[in-house]
Design a protein around this ligand. Structure first.
Ligand SMILES: Cc1cc2nc3c(=O)[nH]c(=O)nc-3n(C[C@H](O)[C@H](O)[C@H](O)COP(=O)(O)OP(=O)(O)OC[C@H]3O[C@@H](n4cnc5c(N)ncnc54)[C@H](O)[C@@H]3O)c2cc1C
Length: 366
C-alpha cells in the first residue's frame, strides 16, 4: 500500500514549490532532503540575528510578474537592489559596467566620451576577426582596461584556468550601460525575503512531511515503495549511478566569519575581487541584504574550487562534452515514467530561482 502520492527528493525551490502545489491539489507528499535543512542552496541560517546566505548571495529577481506574485505569497520582499562593487588591487569600481565605472576607469563624464574611449580601446584588437578564447573575445568587445581590471582575474579564478584556455563563447557580449545605473539586474522585480529565505520555505512546506539528513539514493529500497511518483531534484548522473561517467561541475568553498562589535565591515552586500592574486572571488556582508542595524556582522568569503564527488556541485560546466553526456542521461530519464526530473541538478542547467519556480509550476499548468 503506497502511503504517498509523491516522494519529493530535495527541499530546494523545485522540490518545495512542487510539494506545495501537489498538496494544494489534495496529494500527499513526503519530502526527503539529505542536508540538515530545507531551502536547498537558497537556505539562510540566522547568526547574530543576521540572515546568512550559507551557499552564496541569493538575490531574487524576475521579469515574470506571475512568479513575483507567487513567491510574494510566502514572504514579503524588501527593496534590496543588487549593486556590487569590484575591488581591483584596492581600486574600487561600480558594477555592472556603467557610466560610474567608466568615470572611475578613465574620468569620462558623458556617454559620448565613454563610447569614444571604448572604441579607442577596442581599435587595438580590431584585427581579431574570430576570437579563439575568452581573452581575445573580451579584448575585442571591450578593450584592454575593462578586460585587465574587471574580467581577467575574476574569470580565471571562477573557471580555474587561464583566460586563454577558457572558450570564447562564455562571453557573447559585454553589457555596457551608458547611464549612471548600478542596478546589476535588468528585471523589474527584485528583492530579498524579509526574515530570510528559510522562512519562505517553511511557509511553502507547511503541513508537508519533511525528512532531513536522509539521502534518497542511499535508501532507495526503503523509499521507493512508499509513493506512486517521484520528483527527483538531485544530480541526474548520480541517479543512474554514473553509468556513463560523471558530469563536470565547478564547486565553491564558503568561509563564514562572524565579527563582534563591527557594525559595518565593507559598506555593501557584495564586493567582487577581480585580481587573480586574491584567492577568493567575493566577500558577502549579509546584513546589507536586509539593511540590518545589528551591532555585529557576518561576512562570507567565496572561493571557487575544483569539483569532485566529495564536494558540492554548484555550476554545471555546459561544454559540448558534458552536454552530450547529459543528453545520454536524459534519454534514460525519459524512460522513467513515474519520475519527474526537475531543478538545476536533475536538468544539469544553471537556473536562477525564478526559473526554477516557473519550471515547477509548469507541471500544474498541464
Ligand atoms: C553561488 C550561487 C549563487 C546564486 N545566486 C543566485 C541569485 O542571486 N539569484 C538567483 O535567482 N539564483 C541564484 N542562484 C541559483 C539558485 O541557487 C538556484 O536557482 C536554486 O537553488 C535551484 O533550486 P533547485 O531546487 O533546483 O536546487 P537546490 O537548491 O540545489 O535544491 C536541491 C536539493 O536537493 C537535495 N538533494 C540532492 N540529492 C539528494 C538526494 N540524493 N537525496 C536527498 N536530497 C538530495 C540537495 O541537498 C538540495 O538541497 C545561485 C546559485 C549559486 C550556486
Amino acid at each position: 500500500m503506497r502511503k504517498y502520492d509523491y516522494l519529493v527528493v530535495g527541499a530546494g525551490f523545485f522540490g518545495a514549490v512542487f510539494a506545495h502545489e501537489a498538496q494544494k491539489r489534495g496529494c500527499k507528499c513526503l519530502v526527503v532532503e539529505r542536508r540538515n535543512h530545507i531551502g536547498g542552496n537558497a537556505f539562510t541560517d540566522t547568526i547574530k540575528d543576521i540572515h546568512v546566505h550559507q551557499y552564496g548571495a541569493h538575490i531574487f529577481h524576475t521579469a515574470n510578474k506571475k512568479i513575483w506574485d507567487y513567491v510574494s505569497m510566502f514572504a514579503s520582499f524588501n527593496h534590496y537592489v543588487n549593486a556590487p562593487i569590484a575591488n581591483y588591487k584596492g581600486e574600487l569600481y561600480n558594477l555592472p559596467f556603467n557610466m560610474n565605472t567608466f568615470y572611475q576607469l578613465w574620468k569620462v563624464k558623458t556617454p559620448e566620451e565613454a563610447r569614444a574611449k571604448i572604441e579607442e580601446q577596442k581599435q587595438k584588437y580590431a584585427h581579431i576577426k574570430e576570437p579563439r578564447n575568452l581573452e581575445e573575445q573580451a579584448l575585442v568587445l571591450g578593450g584592454e582596461d575593462v578586460y585587465e581590471k574587471l574580467i581577467k582575474g575574476y574569470s580565471e579564478k571562477q573557471w580555474g584556468m587561464k583566460a586563454t584556455e577558457i572558450p570564447a563563447f562564455v562571453i557573447r557580449r559585454l553589457p555596457f550601460r551608458f547611464t549612471f545605473d548600478n542596478n546589476y539586474f535588468n528585471d523589474p522585480y527584485q528583492g530579498i525575503p524579509t526574515g530570510g529565505y528559510t522562512l519562505l520555505f517553511e511557509k511553502l512546506l507547511e503541513g508537508i512531511e519533511v525528512v532531513l539528513n536522509s539521502d534518497f539514493l542511499k535508501e532507495k529500497e526503503y523509499y521507493l515503495p512508499l509513493a506512486s511518483k517521484i520528483v527527483y531534484t538531485g544530480a541526474i548522473d548520480a541517479y543512474f549511478d554514473y553509468c556513463y561517467g560523471a558530469l563536470c561541475y565547478r564547486s565553491l568553498e564558503f568561509k563564514h566569519n562572524q565579527m563582534e562589535n563591527v557594525d559595518n565591515y565593507q559598506g555593501n552586500a557584495v564586493i567582487n575581487y577581480t585580481d587573480v592574486q586574491t584567492p577568493y572571488t567575493r566577500i558577502i556582508e549579509h546584513k546589507h541584504f536586509e539593511f540590518g542595524s545589528q551591532p555585529d556582522t557576518v561576512v562570507t568569503y567565496e572561493y571557487p574550487a575544483a569539483w569532485d564527488q566529495n564536494n558540492e556541485p554548484y555550476y554545471p560546466v555546459n561544454n559540448l562534452e558534458n552536454n552530450t553526456l547529459y543528453q545520454q542521461y536524459k534519454l534514460l530519464a525519459d524512460k522513467e515514467h513515474n519520475v519527474i526530473f526537475g531543478g538545476r541538478l536533475a536538468e544539469y542547467t544553471y537556473y536562477d530561482m525564478d526559473k526554477v519556480v516557473a519550471s515547477a509550476l509548469r507541471y500544474f499548468d498541464k
